[in-house]
Design a protein around this ligand. Structure first.
Ligand code: FPP
Length: 265
């Protein structure tokens, strides 16, 4: 009897992870900095790459969680432009992990309505990686439930610099006038142009930094930091972050009174 009750309790815990979330007020876009893989591996006496391998399990669980909830856009910081300076073996491992993960996930993406996208300096990726990425994006392009956006060889400095170059060229060629250079035009030149700005940014592992991630797009996002290391991050942790988001007052520069008045209108 005792065993039965315990099993039953765990079953409820597993299926009820989203019970505190208001499904009508989900963030339209969640951006995550998946941090702490190396420390997680080290804590268990393993090499750093073991942490990355286990990080993929969290990627799967959180992606599945977003589909179950109905979150429409999820961006994951998988590799920054600065990460190229890591030891070559770790970089090589991450690139081949990306290839094998993508290869293995295409069917799951299609079954679950997940469309893969990528942002960043994709041409700097090894050819095999670039090709696999393109193949997966092509094979998932009609899916509509969730946009899964991988930030790869990405940094905001790179992205904003590229956008600035394009705008400067258009200005030089008389395609745009000075007064047409607006925040909206800049947004349209960023890699993230097809997606709404993230409303919730989560960083795991206790670090409180943005690390060159979506600096423009996160202007009005709510930030959520947790000490949980990425390989341990699962749906209930995602639910905690969304619950926290749903209990914040988002004022966008206005006063509390103005926000309250708008809500009663
Ligand atoms: C940061 O942890 C993590 C990364 C730089 C890589 C993230 C990659 C994955 C989660 C796996 C691959 C993802 C996909 C989408 C296939 P860290 O290594 O900086 O950890 P540390 O701060 O503890 O050293």
């Amino acid at each position: 009897m005792f065993v039965f009750c315990r099993l039953n309790f765990y079953a409820i815990e597993m299926t009820d992870w989203k019970k505190n979330i208001d499904l009508n007020r989900l963030p339209k876009h969640i951006a995550i900095i998946m941090d702490g893989n190396g420390r997680w591996a080290k804590q268990q006496g393993h090499l750093r790459v073991f942490g990355h391998e286990n990080g993929v399990k969290s990627v799967r669980d959180i992606t599945e969680g977003c589909v179950e909830l109905g979150v429409k856009n999820l961006t994951l910081y998988a590799f920054s432009t600065e990460n190229w300076s890591r030891p070559k073996e770790e970089v090589d491992f991450l690139m081949s992990l990306l290839i094998t993960t993508l290869k293995g996930e295409i069917d799951t993406f299609n079954k679950n309505g997940i469309r893969l996208h990528a942002i960043g300096n994709l041409k700097s990726l090894p050819a095999k990686c670039y090709d696999e990425l393109h193949d997966t994006m092509e094979k998932t392009k009609t899916n509509k439930r969730l946009n899964l956006i991988l930030a790869l060889s990405y940094s905001s400095y790179w992205e904003i610099t590229e956008a600035t170059k394009q705008i400067a060229l258009d200005f030089k060629n008389n395609k745009i006038k000075e007064e047409e250079i607006t925040p909206d035009l800049i947004s349209k030149h960023l890699n993230t142009a097809p997606f709404p700005n993230p409303e919730l940014m989560i960083r795991t592992s206790g670090e409180h930094r943005l690390s060159n991630y979506l600096l423009w797009q996160l202007a009005y996002a709510e930030f959520y930091f947790t000490d949980v290391l990425w390989p341990d991050f699962r749906k209930p942790h995602l639910a905690d972050a969304i619950y926290d988001f749903q209990n914040r007052e988002r004022r966008f520069g206005k006063t509390s009174e103005q926000i309250a008045a708008e809500q009663t209108q």
